[in-house]
Design a protein around this ligand. Structure first.
Ligand code: HEM
Ligand code: HEM
Length: 194
């Protein structure tokens, strides 16, 4: 039954993606559109994963593991985050009464850095989550647990380190986030003083 949830989510995503694809040329060059497009793809990812997480045997592995946190952030950073960023970049020039951003190059950098960060966040937590979930459930012939809690922690430690590492990268992403409108604002204020 849970798998039926794919239908409404993916129908909405399909409609949005096809709407954006109506202007392929703009999609190739306009990074604001690309942020929106990738937000839709992350929505597909989160809503693909969600119904799977709701299946009982799947949930036995995933529940309480890092996997759920990965799922949360595919939606939170991938879908909500990327569409938020797109809205932000779309409105900043309009609020300053300009017709384009001050630096399209910084926008491009922001796009790739943000995607590298979110993708690594999700991949690291998938591996850590599936691994620890399977290790927690593994039983020997007499029903005894095969792995201790510490062994499961040791397995996921490098993956959590990867996430930690990328959190610093995401910090630089946030700096870029702040940097661009700031520079734009300064530039706009400077031009209006001329
Ligand atoms: C059809 C779509 C979706 C379904 C069926 C679904 C299903 C689930 C399930 C079953 C869990 C619980 C996993 C567990 O703890 O065992 C979960 C957790 C969660 N999901 Fe989704 N999900 C969907 C889409 C999304 C999206 C798009 C987002 C974010 C924008 C999201 C955010 C979350 C959050 C925040 C939690 C963790 C809640 C907590 O703190 O425990 N989900 N989801
Ligand atoms: C740079 C961005 C972010 C980083 C590094 C980050 C990191 C984290 C970490 C480390 C946790 C705790 C995970 C755990 O308990 O093991 C967490 C939880 C959570 N975050 Fe984020 N987060 C970010 C952005 C966001 C955004 C933008 C949203 C929502 C739009 C969000 C929603 C959540 C939610 C709902 C939880 C609770 C999940 C649960 O307990 O099931 N996060 N985040």
């Amino acid at each position: 039954m849970s798998l039926i949830l794919w239908l409404p989510s993916w129908a909405g995503a399909f409609n949005s993606a096809m709407t954006l694809l109506q202007n392929k040329q703009k999609l190739k060059t306009d990074y604001i559109m690309l942020f929106f497009f990738s937000a839709i793809l992350y929505y597909c990812l989160a809503t693909f994963e969600g119904p799977l997480l709701a299946i009982r045997w799947f949930n036995m592995i995933a529940h309480n593991s890092e996997w759920v946190i990965g799922h949360v952030h595919s939606g939170a950073l991938g879908w909500v985050g990327m569409s938020g960023i797109a809205v932000f970049y779309y409105f900043i020039p309009k609020l300053w009464g300009k017709d384009k951003l001050w630096s399209p190059r910084l926008l491009k950098w922001h796009f790739w850095l943000a995607h590298a960060g979110v993708a690594l966040y999700a991949i690291a937590l998938w591996v850590a989550g599936i691994g620890e979930g399977v290790m927690w459930l593994a039983q020997g012939d007499n029903g005894e647990l095969q792995y201790s809690f510490v062994e499961a922690m040791n397995f996921k430690a490098p993956w959590l380190f990867l996430r930690f590492f990328w959190r610093s990268a995401i910090c630089s992403r946030l700096i870029l986030d702040g940097l661009e409108p700031l520079q734009y604002g300064a530039h706009a204020a400077y031009s209006s003083g001329e």
